[in-house]
Ligand binder design. Sequence first.
Ligand code: ABU
Length: 393
Amino acid sequence: MIPIRRACYVSEQTTSPEETPDAAARPVRVNAWNGWDPLRHVVVGRAAGTVVQAPEPAVRRDYPEDGFPLGTFGPMPEDMVAEAEEQLDNFAEMLTRRGIRVDRPTPLDFNQQVSTPEWTQDSMFGCMPPRDLLLTVGNEVLEATMSYRSRWHEYLAYRPLLQNLFDSDERMRWEAAPKPRLTDASYNTKFWDTYNDLPTEEQLARVRDYDLVLTEAEPLFDAADVARFGKDLFVQLSFVTNRSGYQWLKRHFPDHRVHAVTSTNTHPLHIDATWVPLRPGLVLHCGERLADAELMEFFRLNDWEIIEAVQPASWDHPPKLSFCSPWLAGNMLNIDENTLCIEEKEVRLSEQLSSYGFEIVPVPFRAVGPFGGGLHCATVDIERDGDLQDYFP
Ligand code: ABU
């Protein structure tokens, strides 16, 4: 039985304006090993320019009632963009007021045709979440391969920022995984013709056996499929991360233990609402998506407590045009190991986590969901205090 009590909310600003340190003046130091050490510097994404992308083999976008029926594409509605931008800006300002340095990407015109010598894609996506694209491990920021053609060029929105990190911190390692070819050989091109009509058990068997839309023609991964717990990195095999992507990560981080994981999620897409690091010894698990037995055993053997997340408030009302599940509720940002930013309507989840001693910062963020994610997706930590530690000795 999950103990529930009233959440302990903290005010969004802990210091008076005169006392608030000038976060932008902080010297740049790239350093982050986990999801809970005290946050000093973060990237917050932008919704402007997001496009419901043109058809491509990796993904099927079909919103007949919301205006983007299968095969059509175009910019997200202006009122939705404005609301999401406002929530992202307010979130960024709140973090700045807490003394955290905040950087933002430089948007591109995502509503344009793009190509490589091997394919042409009628539009980009311009998906908001920087978490999908960038992975900070220690003093390294790694650009993921990505696996949608519509996201192949998205790294360009982050290049000014990465260049600045590189110029400002001489210890920073700037890495990019091999740019994928993304020819038809990278996809099971008939996958979406049948997958959504399969019985749930059959879909789950396909997830377990990792027989999904991506082939193993080349390494593919999104950074948001990696959960960082110090020396241990957990990589979810998903619609956007294949076994070869996991192998690449394992070889790229030889000093880490890199684990491949699956869960009972019929539509696995990023680990950060399924298996969420909270603090040393405590992880949040989306109970509907049973984690593989080996993963559970690994945590339990090391005396970690696994909290089953309560049902999200957004259960009955997934936002219009959103391709995220209601479990986005668990997609939260740690300010430190005692303080969590949680979407303001997720009161039951806030109460649940408050009962474990967390202070909760409620953040209005529902309007951002249709642009690709929640508070964790919308951010990438660049600096957190703390060193590499082994939490599973
Ligand atoms: N990166 C968003 C994950 C959303 C979900 O698991 O439903």
